[in-house]
Design a protein around this ligand. Structure first.
Ligand code: ADP
Length: 658
């Protein structure tokens, strides 16, 4: 077994790898950028080395600095996690040359999957089903245009060197072919330095199903079952589960077999994932990820195995711990990715200090987190805060348990998506496995709408949000004036709270400093036994005894009552906050970020909906599109420049007559 391990990553995955390494008695070494000096993963390791400034290309993506850190710390091996350098064949090669063990496949296996064109061609030759289209060497746009016309629509154009869904364009009509190819080419060159494109038949609403495989350096290959990752937003997975539900046994068996063919074909070693699209009848090879996946946890929960331990054993030359017939799958596991993003504001990433982030503690619920209360979420990296994973014997119970765990995740300070995820998990479309990769993009609004809050939650919010309790002994409490000398007369207090855009008025009546009645929406409710602690509030409201978690920050009050999670804003002019509203699709920047592409030039005539600029923040791309036809009159930011929120990006002169 290895003696020391450097993890070239951050956040939850670095913490998760350290956990296993520690258990195996391996010395752990973290690396961090300036943005992460106080990060949780730094504290989770035996030692930590600074590798550079916040920008990922100067820190977590800088192979030379990471190898130097490994040398300085005397590390024997490097685990790349996912993202960053994990699928960089050159980095794997550099590690080998520096005498360091790269915890991952050999550089040649990574390279074999680096080009979607080469990977697709090779797998088709091995009899693995792939989608029709064009994946070849001819790359001039005129040729690709003819190929697109010949292939039939709809089509998807993908950068061959792509990843993270970047640069992909969907062509539904003939008239879009030329523009889509040109845009994809520009975006591919900008993002990957390689403009090669492939075309394939576009499936409307397929499911994303993948197979976890494992191989050792002694020629053993096994699969650890499949996962469904169809619950995606803009091609980013949000909810993943194992096993994939509703797949006929015969299809499942062929898919697992195909995954093993892919792995064998490229001489794979270590943990890998072969991804397929499933159209309800047939499956098609999409790509292989040559690393540990974010969603490896659901496979761990149904197999009872530690995949990181397997990776470390394989990396130190041991054979796979189990043979195929010793691997058993039990029950159902579902994972939700809790991210710093705002479902009510177009999923804009959110960064800053987590005033509160308390993860659920429940039976059969696992939490892999990189952040907790008090941590700062930098805006330089992705928005994943942590993952909540629930296991149960049956899928419906796992979904219910996970939804419950998410509503018992308490966060405040920055915007997070756990309640939105809970609503997706509770939706009939997810529970009945009628979902597919298009669900959240087409119907996101349905889940984004926070449901109304209960009267109890509203009254509790009013009780904890109000100014200090009216104490009859404090003679001149400003709002209690007039009652001070007649302590038996009731005191009334109006609290105005906004929830989900609706304003609510609650009138609280006090006697001897204790609330006795609440009037709200025409109803009168008796109150008794109020007990407000630092984080919890209990009271009798009408006939019900309630106990809730709460958190108050500035004008915001959060109440978690049973399965309900409500956020209120205290409507008090003294604490009213200045809020900006983003104009998605407008010509101002909806968030702070970096310009990654400006596919138009000065004076260029554009049609409505055309991409004018692409901004990246927290690893997500936001396209700024033309709200109307016109010509580009000014471009205020160039590629690589940082833009603040609300900055004017371009000027567009409307087309004459349009
Ligand atoms: P990347 O490597 O950039 O992540 P992929 O090829 O893995 O790109 O595709 C990412 C996502 O795009 C898939 O998970 C799926 O949601 C969607 N997608 C890819 N190819 C197709 C296709 N032919 N038809 C429909 N959706 C597709």
């Amino acid at each position: 077994m290895l003696k020391s391990l450097l993890v070239a990553n951050r956040g939850e995955i670095a913490c998760r790898i350290f956990r296993t390494a520690r258990r195996l008695g391996i010395r752990t070494i973290a690396v961090f950028s300036d943005a992460d000096a106080g990060a949780r993963h730094v504290r989770a390791a035996d030692e930590a080395l600074r590798i550079g400034p916040a920008a990922a290309r100067d820190s977590y993506l800088d192979a030379a600095r990471i190898i130097a850190a490994a040398r300085a710390a005397g590390a024997e091996a490097i685990h790349p996690g996912y993202g960053f350098l994990s699928e960089n064949a050159q980095f794997a090669q550099h590690c080998a040359e520096a005498g360091l063990i790269f915890v991952g496949p050999p550089a040649r296996s990574i390279a074999a999957m680096g080009s979607k064109i080469l990977a697709k061609t090779r797998m088709r030759e091995r009899g693995v089903p792939v989608l029709q289209g064009y994946a070849g060497e001819q790359q001039d746009l005129a040729f690709l245009e003819r190929a697109a016309r010949g292939a039939g629509l709809p089509l998807i154009v993908k950068p061959a060197a792509g990843g993270g869904g970047k640069g992909m364009q969907i062509i539904r009509e003939e008239s879009q072919i030329v523009a889509a190819l040109a845009t994809a080419r520009r975006l591919a060159e900008g993002a990957f330095g390689d403009g090669a494109l492939l075309l394939e038949r576009y499936l409307s609403g397929p499911r994303h199903i993948e197979v976890q495989i494992f191989a050792d350096a002694h020629g053993h290959f096994v699969h650890l079952g499949d996962r469904d990752c169809s619950t995606q937003r803009r091609h980013q997975k949000l909810i993943e589960e194992a096993p994939a539900p509703g797949v006929p046994d015969e299809v499942r068996a062929r898919m697992r077999e195909a995954a093993l063919i892919v792995a064998r074909e490229i001489g794979y070693v270590g943990a890998g994932t072969v991804e397929f699209l499933f159209d309800g009848a047939e499956f098609f090879f999409m790509e292989m990820n040559t690393r540990l996946q974010v969603e490896h946890t659901v496979t761990e929960e149904v197999t009872g195995l530690d995949l990181v331990e397997w990776q470390l054993r394989v990396a130190s030359g041991e054979p796979l711990p189990l043979a195929q017939d010793q691997i058993r799958l039990d029950g159902h596991a579902i994972e939700a990715r809790v991210c710093a993003e705002d479902p009510e504001r177009g999923f804009l990433p959110s960064a800053g200090t987590l005033a509160l982030l308390e993860w659920p503690r429940m039976r059969d619920v696992r939490v892999d987190a990189g952040f907790a209360t008090g941590d700062v979420v930098p805006d330089s990296y992705d928005s994943l805060l942590g993952k909540v994973i629930a296991w149960a014997p049956a899928r419906a119970d796992a979904a219910a348990r996970l939804a419950r765990a998410l509503t018992h995740t308490y966060s405040a300070g920055i915007r997070t998506n756990e309640h939105w995820l809970a609503r997706v998990l509770e939706s009939p479309v997810f529970l009945e496995v009628r979902h597919n990769i298009a669900l959240l993009d087409q119907g996101a609004a349905e889940f984004s709408r926070p449901p109304g809050c209960s009267a109890e939650a509203l009254i509790l919010a009013a009780l904890v949000a109000r100014p200090p309790a009216p104490d009859p002994r404090a003679a001149l409490s400003p709002w209690d004036l007039g009652d001070a000398f007649t302590p038996n007369r009731p005191a009334l207090l109006d609290v105005r709270l906004t929830h989900g855009g609706l304003s609510h008025a609650v009138e609280l009546e006090f006697r001897r400093g204790a609330p006795v009645r609440a009037r709200q929406g025409g109803a009168v409710t008796q109150l008794a036994d109020l007990a407000v602690e630092a984080a919890t509030v209990a009271a009798r409201i009408g006939q019900r005894r309630v106990h809730a978690r709460y958190f108050a920050q500035g004008a915001r009050v959060f109440v978690w009552l049973g399965a309900e999670a409500c956020e209120f804003t205290l409507d008090d002019p003294r604490t009213r906050e200045f809020t900006t509203t983003a104009a998605p699709g407008g010509l101002t920047s909806p968030l702070p970020g970096v310009v990654v592409a400006v596919p138009v030039g000065l004076g260029q005539v554009v049609v409505a909906g055309e991409v004018l600029m692409v901004i990246e923040a927290m690893k997500m791309e936001h396209a700024i599109t033309a709200p109307h036809a016109g010509s580009v009159a000014a471009i205020h930011f160039g590629k690589g420049e940082r833009v603040p929120e609300g900055a004017a990006l371009l000027d567009l002169t409307p087309a004459a007559g349009g």
